[in-house]
Design a protein around this ligand. Sequence first.
Ligand code: NI
Length: 168
Amino acid sequence: MALLPILRYPDPRLNKVAQPVQAVDARIKALIADMLETMYEASGIGLAATQIDVHERLVVIDTSEERNAPLVLINPEITWLSEERVKGDEGCLSVPGIYDGVERATAVKVTALDGEGQSRTLEAEGLLAICIQHELDHLKGKVFVEYLSPLKQGRIKTKMVKSLRDER
Ligand code: NI
């Protein structure tokens, strides 16, 4: 297993649209293991393949307190979104240190393949529902800050570019 470098906003590669995973083979299973390790190491609750510069429809999630309930979604599709919506603060491993409000559906239904290539349907609510919407946005090339006002996005870009420069 290996830790993978996470792309940082506003890297334009975060705006690429992911393509379907063609087969849940050894390469994808190794990628899943590396993505889980990377997500846990970074104390994140979700990581999309887009964020590690792999543009295939694959996300890993773990919203459990104990950090022992990994969820793998391959070629996920949201089939239902609740009409009820809630606005809550979100963060993202690609936008470290930034938290801001995004409105999301409070519940979702999603179909996907699991890490073994089996088809699954999942109903989620609360934090997991929000995390699924956030991660699936990454696969469409969308970062959560892109829901914020242009003014806020500009400020965040400036801050991110500066912090990357300071790290070098
Ligand atoms: Ni994210």
